[in-house]
Each structure stands twice: as C-alpha cells, then as structure tokens.
Design a protein around this ligand. Structure first.
Ligand code: CA
Length: 224
C-alpha cells in the first residue's frame, strides 16, 4: 500500500483516480490547487504524486519546480493535455518522472504508478512473489499476465488482465458495471457500452463460469 498524492482541480478526474487507487489498495489524498498540492507534497508523507498541469493558484510546472528545488525526489507523474508536446517536454525537463496525456485510461495510469513504486522498492525485496495476487484457487501473475485456476493456466490480454486484477483485489465484493468501466476503460468511455459484459464473458471462459457471479441489475462479484 502506498500513500499517493493527487493534485488535480477537476473533481471528476480526481475522484476517479482516487477511487481506482483505493480499489488497488493504496491510500490517496486529493489536493485541489497548486499551493495546497505543494504543501502536501513537501510533508514527506507521500510515496508518489500524480500532478495536473493546469491548476488554480500555481500551475503544475511551478509545483514541480519548487518541489525539486527544495530537494524532494518523490516520483511525480504529470497529467498533460492531449497532444501537448510542449507540456510534456517541459514537464520532463522540470523533473517529472513520467506523464500521462488526458484523457487516459485508469489501467494505463496504474501501470505507470506501479512501475514507479516498484523502482522505489529496496533492491533486496523478493522478486516475483510479491507480484502475484492469490484469491481462493486463483493466482494472477502480474509480471507475465497469466492467471491460473481450476481450469489451468491462461494468458490474459491487457484488458482482461486489468479486469481480472480489479476482481482479485476486491474478492466477494459486488462491482458495478460503471465501476468496472471506469477502472478498466477510463472515465470517457461510453457508459451504455456492453464491453464489461463481453470481457466478463472472456474471463469466465478462462476461469470457469462460476468464478464470476452476475448480481442482477447491479454488476459482478468474484466468487473464488
Ligand atoms: Ca486542471
């Protein structure tokens, strides 16, 4: 579990990211403007920061610049406007570790966060073992994207993997279609789409039909 600071003034995006991080077992904190973001970042209690560029009070570049000039080396992933090459270059020049162009999919942001957090782990941390998610008879290998269960072992596509990971992180909990759509496909995906149902169908083929229960009118639940 990591302490993650989200500096983002768009409430919808901030809460979408926070919700997703919580589902992944992390502890997110939201700051809605630049000065508050910098204050929080300087507290030293965060493992990583997700930083928007367009912020009231002080923009993301300045937050990053002050943070670095005060000696903080906390990993920072910057959220830039889509196709803004200038923003991206400036952000990386100012000391950002990575960036995501908006709109982004949660699964992509999560992959980058995981990568940065892993880079922080002490070098003698056990390799491999910590990356497996085990629930009941299911084991998800986060490095190889393979899942094994009563049906044997299968390889998962990127989306199947992201979906399986959410289920295994929340066993026995009902997850609504909207939550799954948000977490795996991103906040700008058409909410009327049946893509969640289609992918749950793919996972059932690999895990056995009984692994994921349908909760009528609500969503799905992992019964491992
Ligand atoms: Ca903004």
């Amino acid at each position: 579990m990591a302490q993650i600071l989200i500096v983002e003034d768009e409430e919808r995006i901030a809460s979408f990211v926070a919700k997703g991080l919580r589902a992944e077992g992390h502890q997110p904190t939201i700051a809605g403007d630049g000065p508050r973001g910098l204050d929080e970042a300087m507290s030293g209690r965060f493992d990583l920061m997700v930083l928007d560029i367009g912020l009231p009070g002080m923009d993301g570049f300045e937050v990053l610049d002050q943070l670095r000039s005060q000696g903080s080396r906390m990993p920072v992933i910057v959220l830039t406007a889509r196709d803004s090459v200038t923003d991206t270059v400036t952000a990386l020049d100012s000391g950002a570790d990575d960036y995501m162009a908006k709109p982004f999919r949660f699964a992509e942001l999560m992959a980058r966060i995981r990568l940065r957090l892993r880079a922080l782990a002490p070098p003698d941390a056990p390799a491999g073992g910590g990356d497996d998610l085990v629930v009941g008879g299911l084991r998800l290998d986060r490095r190889t994207r393979r899942i094994s269960g009563p049906r044997g072992e299968s390889e998962l596509s990127a989306r199947e993997f992201a979906l399986a990971e959410i289920f295994l992180l929340n066993p026995g909990q009902v997850l609504t279609r909207e939550q799954l759509l948000d977490l795996v496909w991103g906040y700008d995906f058409d909410p009327g789409s049946n893509v969640v149902d289609v992918y749950v169908g793919y996972l059932r083929k690999k895990l056995g039909a009984g692994a994921i229960a349908t909760v009528r009118g609500v969503g799905y639940r992992l019964d491992a």
